[in-house]
Design a protein around this ligand. Structure first.
Ligand SMILES: [Zn+2]
Length: 412
């Protein structure tokens, strides 16, 4: 099914051309890569364009609250063992951005596509994926717990009867609930560090029991399915019981979990875990995340954390005191304007670190740290924060638009 089956219709070709023209105009106007505006224009010319572009591809969709951009990248690396890949690598993960990415990949065999949680069911209908990877669901900075439950319900309805192989994290009760309407599910024991959004049964609302490495509802019997893929120490265990070492340059438990999910996805596309994991080991940074950059003669590691679960994962990556930590929080557009989620994060983990705070909402953050009893210094710029940091590599943690600001400042 590779590459060049049936050519695009004249209408679809026109739509792609119009989209490329719009993207070029947007770039010329200095408005980023133009991929989203290009996709919007193209979809207006041909509303079925996404389905047409996906028709000749073996597609995997990747969705989650956290880790979808990184996992998309890991899967793309693994599948390149089997042929050319097209992917929305920069994280434009709504229909227009996905359309634009696929329009640039006419020679590809595989489509590896990150999808925003709210669009998963619709995109899955449009592109008839071969596989769908579901990693985790927790409250986003914009959503509270009830909305997370509604999202799981929407996935559950949208995926009922799908032809895709669903590869799902059995350790996340909401993911299990969402995936279990699908006829074919490959369960992966990929772990769950953030449990605060998973104490009530998604099926009946009862209290979940959570003994080590297991969960179940005492009221209705909904329980953790038996996984066929697992993680033991730093190894992925495949369905034959063979353990393969995970050797990543990307740090932390969350990324090992992303690699385990990616190995299971790669296997569904016929790529051997050994080959898949070896290829994943070459990924150094994903859209600037985890990158170590030099700024003012100091090493800075850039870490993105968008929501409470993301901050928890990020804190687990930073070296112990006296490593300096810079925190930057904005509340614009993609961040959500309400910063009350700051109160869901346990900042006492930063005790003992020199902490510098930045960003549009540095004062909200300062109040939060004061209450947590963490010492900090409020700074007006990254330059000032770096100057105030004692020696050693500086860990810089930022939410979405603050992270983009930092990348521009350090020229990355
Ligand atoms: Zn229940």
């Amino acid at each position: 099914m590779a590459g060049n089956s049936e050519p695009l219709s004249p209408r679809a070709k026109l739509a792609v051309t119009a989209g490329k023209a719009a993207a070029a105009v947007s770039r010329a106007a200095g408005k980023g890569s133009g991929s989203v505006i290009g996709g919007k224009v193209a979809l207006r010319f041909d509303p079925d364009l996404l389905a047409r572009l996906a028709r000749h591809l073996d597609v995997v969709l990747v969705s989650a609250t956290n880790g979808k951009t990184t996992t998309t990248r890991l899967i793309a690396e693994a599948l390149r063992a089997g042929g050319p890949v097209v992917s929305n690598a920069l994280g434009a993960n709504m229909p227009a951005g996905i359309t634009s990415a696929l329009a640039g990949g006419s020679e590809a065999r595989f489509g590896v596509i990150e999808v925003d949680e709210k669009y998963l069911a619709g995109v899955a209908r449009d592109v008839s994926p071969k596989a769908i990877a579901l990693l985790n669901l927790s409250r986003d900075q914009l959503d509270r717990a009830a909305e997370t439950r509604m999202l799981a319900e929407k996935w559950r309805e949208g995926l009922a009867g799908t032809d895709a192989i669903v590869i799902a994290n059995a350790d996340d009760p909401l993911i299990t609930w969402a995936a279990s309407s699908s006829p074919t599910v490959v369960w992966v024991a990929a772990g769950q560090a953030w449990k605060d959004d998973a104490w009530s049964c998604p099926s009946c609302g009862g209290v979940l029991q959570r003994p080590a490495d297991d969960w179940f509802c005492g009221e209705c019997g909904f329980r953790r399915p038996m996984p066929t893929w697992g993680m033991v120490n730093d190894h992925v265990v495949d369905p034959h019981g063979v353990a393969w070492p995970i050797q990543l340059q990307l740090p932390g438990r969350a990324n090992r979990s992303n690699a385990a999910m990616s190995a299971a996805v790669a296997a569904a596309f016929g790529v051997d875990p050994k080959v898949a994991l070896e290829r994943m080991s070459h990924v150094q940074a994903v859209a600037g995340r985890y990158d170590v950059v030099v700024y003012q003669q100091r090493q800075l590691r850039l870490l993105l954390a968008k929501n409470p679960a993301g901050w928890l994962e990020t804190f687990s990556l930073i070296d112990g005191p006296p490593t300096p930590v810079v925190l930057s929080v904005n509340a614009r557009g993609a961040d959500g304007t309400d910063t009350s989620w700051l109160w869901d994060v346990d900042y006492t983990r930063l005790a003992g670190h020199p902490v510098m705070v930045l960003g549009d909402r540095k004062l909200d953050l300062a109040v939060r740290l004061e209450v947590a009893g963490v010492q900090f210094q409020v700074c007006s710029s990254l330059s000032e924060a770096v100057s105030a940091s004692p020696p050693g590599r500086i860990e810089v943690i930022a939410n979405y638009t603050a992270f983009q600001d930092l990348r521009r400042t350090v020229g990355n």
